[in-house]
Design a protein around this ligand. Structure first.
Ligand code: ASP
Length: 305
């Protein structure tokens, strides 16, 4: 048995603003990323490889706010964050404030597997990347016209566009359990549109945006990072299962619809547990998401229904 779920961000994008053509593109991109992970799991590969490859596919797709297509900072740059966790060993790796690495999740994994640290930031993280032989891309690699225009509208004070709403439509993540029973989670993002002062959200923070523990579940979050940090979302879900006896669906429901809602924390999570149960819940209008279990056909969804 294996199971895999991915997300491409939670947000409040009204249906009316997502054209049929755009929706088709998002669904195709989700399907492709899901297949990238599923192929690995189906041939007995590890959950770590599956979540890494699924996230790489989403980072490479300009539709999502991660890797190419990341949102812009207030100063017109792209600063990328990512993290990954191995549920079998509780090892984790994270990077933040990257500006020249095409696939931040690959670097996060390298930190986990080839450094003495868990989290590296900015210039230091890129120095580590260079030592590890990573290729560097020019900053323009991340730029898309759509994201640039969103920043301009925000800087011009366009109130119809909230930095939060835009950012939510695009953070990416993956969670999986493999045929060996091991769990893994990965998350990657460009953060929040118009962010300043080297702001870092929940995505690269183990326990907030990402968590995996074979004794409970694997979680990847998307939403208003500040709130997700304060609610320690990913670890709280795992802890409710491990110490509170909750099943996966109940643990996710309590955190997304009670803990987060109580502090106006908008967003959602994807999660899987050891038995292959999958839960994808959000308190925003939608969440780009997809899931598959064994040979079952994939579920791909954006809105509630
Ligand atoms: N959680 C991300 C952050 O705050 C953004 C998002 O998921 O939309 O950086």
């Amino acid at each position: 048995m294996y199971a895999l779920a991915i997300h491409g961000g939670a947000g409040t994008l009204p249906r009316s603003e997502l054209s049929t053509e755009m929706e088709r593109e998002y669904r195709a991109a989700l399907r492709e990323a899901l297949e990238a992970g599923r192929t690995i799991l189906a041939r007995g590969g590890t959950s770590l490889d599956a979540v890494t490859q699924a996230v790489v596919a989403l980072e490479d797709c300009p539709l999502f706010n991660a890797g190419r297509g990341a949102v812009f900072t207030h100063d017109g740059h792209n600063e990328l964050d990512a993290s990954i966790m191995n549920g079998a060993t509780l090892a984790a790796g994270a990077v933040c404030g990257l500006t020249r690495i095409a696939n931040p999740i690959a670097l996060a994994r390298r930190v986990m597997e080839h450094s003495d640290y868990v989290m590296l930031s900015g210039a230091g993280a890129e120095e580590f990347a260079a030592l590890q032989g990573f290729a560097f891309v020019p900053p323009e690699y991340f730029r898309t016209e759509a994201r640039w225009q969103q920043l301009q509208r925000i800087l011009e004070g366009d109130r119809t566009l909230s930095p939060l709403t835009i950012s939510h439509t695009g953070t990416v993540g993956a969670v999986a359990v493999d045929t060996h029973g091991d769990l893994a989670a990965a998350t990657s993002t460009g953060g929040m549109t118009g962010k300043r002062f080297n702001r870092i959200g929940d995505s690269p923070l183990i326990g907030a945006g990402t968590y995996a523990d074979n004794r409970s579940c694997a979680v990847s979050a998307t939403g208003h990072g500040e709130k997700f940090i304060c609610a320690a979302v990913a670890h709280d879900i795992a802890a409710r299962m491990r110490f509170g006896g909750r099943d996966l669906r109940t643990a996710v429901h309590e955190v997304v619809h009670q803990e987060l809602t109580a502090i106006n924390g908008e967003g959602g999570v994807i999660a899987v547990d050891h038995s292959g149960a999958i839960s994808m819940q959000f308190n925003s209008q939608g969440m780009f998401r997809a899931a598959t279990r064994d040979a079952e056909s994939a579920v791909i969804a954006i809105y509630d229904t």
